[in-house]
Design a protein around this ligand. Sequence first.
Ligand code: ATP
Length: 286
Amino acid sequence: MKRVIRLKAYAKINLFLDVKGKRDDGYHDIVSIMQSIDLYDIVTVKKKSSGGIKIICNNPSVPDDHNNIAYKCADLFFKTQGITSGSVEITIDKRIPVAGGLAGGSTDGASVLKALNILYDQNLDITELCTIGSKIGADIPYCLKGGTCLCEGIGDILTPFESDLKSYIFVLAEIPASVSTKEAYEIIDKNNIKENSLCVDEIINCLKEGNLRPNLLYNVFEKIEEQNIPQITSVKNVLDSFDALKSMMSGSGPTVFGIFSNLKNAASACSDLKDKGINAYICRSI
Ligand code: ATP
């Protein structure tokens, strides 16, 4: 019987993100196209005979108690499945920038659900794991599925589709600032920002053909965050100066990414950002 499972927990970027409006329950309905990339945390889940849920993480800014999304997922998994003596040690080797709009916490949580399903022989299918995950965070169902997905509702209604983005290179830049997702949504509500989702079907059709249409890609939060964090604009300018097809922000930010069709330009942009003291990563879609 297996006692340890180690998984790569992949980050996502949003190729498209729009807010449709606020719901009666306070959440917002969104329209988003999410894409997994090969930047990942390594999550190791070790089954123990006692001791409850323990979190170990190499990044001190990540909570190592019941506030960790991985902890919450393990706790809810045990409760939902009626496992009263569940004990695990969860080690998170954090490589994904924290609070960057890359779903770093959600992807750790999703990996824990996958691992516990195996370690505790529960045989839940992906839909059942998504039901548990969605109670912890709206991005967790997507992280369980991965790949390219149209995400609607609060982000939990998923329509996966095959895309062919192998020829594109993504340069991610970590912006040293923090973003309040709550405040960003409040600004959208207050300014009555209208949705811009009309071109989503067109984007999906293009992505299916492996043709990324840079001008159609959009993030409703980008302009709002650029007003608060000028580095978002300056990093986008650097990426554009190396001929990025598009530079934009992921999720509610502040991580910025540039999309390149030329590896040499992508590598030059990445090293230029590093020279400027910005953590930058070259990534591919997965
Ligand atoms: P999203 O794109 O889903 O909005 P994000 O990438 O912006 O998420 P996370 O990296 O998930 O943000 O972190 C958000 C907050 O959650 C952080 O401030 C952190 O303290 C907390 N957190 C809890 N568990 C984790 C975890 N396993 N990894 C990272 N952050 C976590």
